[in-house]
Design a protein around this ligand. Sequence first.
Ligand SMILES: [Zn+2]
Length: 143
Amino acid sequence: MRYKGKAPRAANVVRSQNMASIRSKGNKTTEGAFVDILRAEKIKGWRRHMPMLGRPDFVFRRSKLLVFVDGCFWHGCKQCYQAPRHNADYWARKIGGNRSRDAAVSKSHREGQWTVCRIWEHSLRDRRKTTERLRKFLRRRTS
Ligand SMILES: [Zn+2]
């Protein structure tokens, strides 16, 4: 979407509503898709919504494993992320900030003896590969 000169106020409002719906929808689909995989693969021992730094999507306490399922847009996936043309500076700062926060969160948990597994939204399309990767993480600590 391109505007000549200053964007009309109404357009800004519409845009922010769009972004809000992308955000909430994105979270639901990625996290929900991962729940579906866990259930289908009969992988147990996880909890959601634990009040921990960076709000991990899934916590496997016995395996000391934290799983973050990262949306390709919001977390700035190198393969998928395409910067919006409008408000480019805003998005560069916003997504750049998210990326560095993710890295800081992972680092902090790893120092605190957790294993951290970050799964990109796009990799959920390959369920077999994603499951294999997760099982490897789970085996690492339990065996
Ligand atoms: Zn991606």
